[in-house]
Design a protein around this ligand. Sequence first.
Ligand SMILES: [Zn+2]
Length: 414
Amino acid sequence: MKTVTISKERLKTHIDQLGEIGETIDNGVQRLALSNEDREATLLVSKWMKEAGLTVTHDHFGNLIGRKEGQNPCFSPVMIGSHIDSVRNGGKFDGVIGVLAGIEIVHAINESNIIHDHPIEVVAFCEEEGSRFNDGLFGSRGMVGKIKKEDLQKVDDNNVSRYQALKTFGFDINPDCIELSVRGIGDIQSYFELHIEQGPFLEKNNYPVGIVSGIAGPSWFKIKLIGEAGHAGTVPMNLRKDPMIGAAEVIKEVETLCMMDPKAPTVGTIGRITAFPGGSNIIPESVEFSLDIRDIDLERRNNIIQKIEEKIKQVSISRGLVYEIERNVDAVPAKCSGNLINSLKESCKELGIDAPIMISGAGHDAMLLAEITDIGMLFVRCRNGISHSPKEWAEIDDIFTATKILYETVLKHI
Ligand SMILES: [Zn+2]
């Protein structure tokens, strides 16, 4: 079995120290993008990148990049990345372990005197969580050319625009020059991301790590059913045009459709619902609810969406309602590269680790990078599947195991 020079102690120290920046009273973390805490975290991670011998820069989307040159100046870099921003009242592992594992891998390459052709880049993407400007995966969308100048005008709760926040964040970020930071196909050799699972699968099945086969693409909708308001005491049931009962029928159907194929990983969620005018003695005039549908298979997902739309139409006709459907997000599911999955499997075998192949229900920066390069992802088991909470926890032994696998895998591609 191979021995790898990854330092568990340094990895743990880095995770703990970064977790102190923006630490909340209940041991959680709040580090919103481009905030003072984010700046402090950026400075610390930059320092660690420099200690690993990386040349540190920022691109104009605010992505922090540490680069180590390879032997061949014409080769494109192998990238390892994730994010160091957090949700409001989040945990200290989400995103962080992917960036810190990248730095640790560079240390191990240096300490083992490994000569490599491809450059290596370790990246902390700007605002993955979307918790400040309500617009996630910003840095990775920018890098692959999906951010336009007008997208920089989004404002936070204090009316500060992303443009202003980028401009005043420091370093050499210049939001007027974002097009200079866009990368295309061929500009990145391959992209690796290590992340906590944020779900219960690994823990439940007793695996420390899992190899991701693909990332489910979310589709988000705002659905509005409009009926007729009325007095809850006087309008007989058979004369009502009640959009809440209509919504209930639709919502139940979402569950039925998502569970139709027990082997499919399709998930559907209604996380928000509001009734207007919203009185306990008023039949609502309208009801608006969100719908989040995800699947790794685009065709299956779109097929279910179509069936939900048919149900909305049918319920509206039978209840005398008017409906509006607005699609806000439509992300295409991203497949991980078969080649990188095989490399990850091989590394697991070399290290004597049994890792299942699994899908990611949550979106990650890797999902965007998949548009321009091959992606490979590793998941780390997390306690009770909890994430985006101060209760988020991953064992250092599992993070260490995942970092060793990633190290062995990166070596195969640089
Ligand atoms: Zn994350």
